[in-house]
Design a protein around this ligand. Structure first.
Ligand SMILES: C[S@@+](CC[C@H](N)C(=O)[O-])C[C@H]1O[C@@H](n2cnc3c(N)ncnc32)[C@H](O)[C@@H]1O
Length: 254
């Protein structure tokens, strides 16, 4: 029974299932992915205008070709082989107009500071009905949450219990957004290392909007919080929501 429940959650809330589903539900015409790697999430998404940003793409030519056969609009996808900072500084203005983006997935450099910056840079591009997904918002262990500047840095000096999965301190973006952007609807699907869902409009009906305790903290406090502090108060600090809840009460999926 538990296995079945897990498989159902996986089918619905793994990023590679949820993003295409969201794209369909939002009738998305534009999609931005920051941190694309081999394109396994980027290429299968059926959105006509797609923008990919990564300083180190590893997309295999044969895979790209097969995905163009499956969805010919992939031919027009735009690739920016640079960091997200460089994309927002030099290319974004000529590429995505403000308030036009339907869907974004932020999965680049897994640091709190960079991920927060990527979100702040993406927000003005987003339509009022648009949604941003952020990977790695609910790390599964202190080792996975180890703050670092890259996974290679973690691998060189692995913390006890490190199993190869690295989420960094991206989770800190959730209390920061809650504090600095009360106008946004922010919560985390507690699955697939935590998928943060950020939108400008409430995604749940009033009756079923997830309820969290309001915590009293400053931005400086967030800097000082460690994994153990977050783990003790995971639900209220990173606003975790069960995948089943999303499936049942999110207006987008009704
Ligand atoms: C976890 S992988 C992305 C996986 C991909 N989104 C998926 O779902 O298959 C992270 C990627 O972020 C890229 N990256 C690292 N620093 C970055 C930065 N500053 N800006 C954009 N991308 C970055 C890395 O090159 C790497 O390919």
């Amino acid at each position: 029974m538990r296995t079945l429940k897990f498989m159902e959650a996986e089918a619905f809330t793994h990023r590679r299932n949820l993003l295409p589903l969201l794209a369909r539900k939002l009738k998305a015409k534009s999609y931005l992915e920051i941190g694309v790697k081999g394109g396994k999430t980027f290429l299968p998404i059926r959105v006509r205008k797609k923008y990919a940003v990564d300083p180190n793409f590893t997309i295999k030519a044969a895979y790209k070709k097969s995905q163009i056969w499956k969805y010919p609009f992939n031919m027009f996808a735009k690739y920016f082989p640079c960091t997200s900072d460089e994309f927002f500084e030099k290319h974004c203005e000529h590429t995505i107009k403000k308030s036009t983006l339907d869907l974004a997935f932020i999965d680049g450099l897994h640091t709190y500071e960079q991920t927060y910056k990527d979100i702040e840079n993406t927000l003005p591009l987003l339509k009022s009905s648009g949604v941003i997904l952020v990977h790695d918002c609910s790390p599964k262990s202190a080792a996975a949450a180890c703050p670092a500047n890259s996974i290679d840095e973690v691998k060189k000096n692995p913390p006890p219990g490190f199993d190869g999965l690295w989420s960094g301190d991206v989770w800190k973006i959730i209390p920061r957004l809650t504090k600095e952007h009360p106008e946004l609807d922010v919560f985390v699907i507690d699955h697939d290392s935590g998928l943060g869902i950020i939108s400008k409009s409430n995604l749940f009906d009033d009756e079923h909007t997830p309820k969290f305790d309001q915590l009293d903290y400053s931005i400086d406090d967030i800097d000082g919080w460690d994994y153990d502090h977050m783990d003790k108060n995971r639900k209220n600090i990173i606003k975790t929501v069960n995948p089943e809840y999303l499936k049942t009460y999110c207006l987008l999926f009704n």
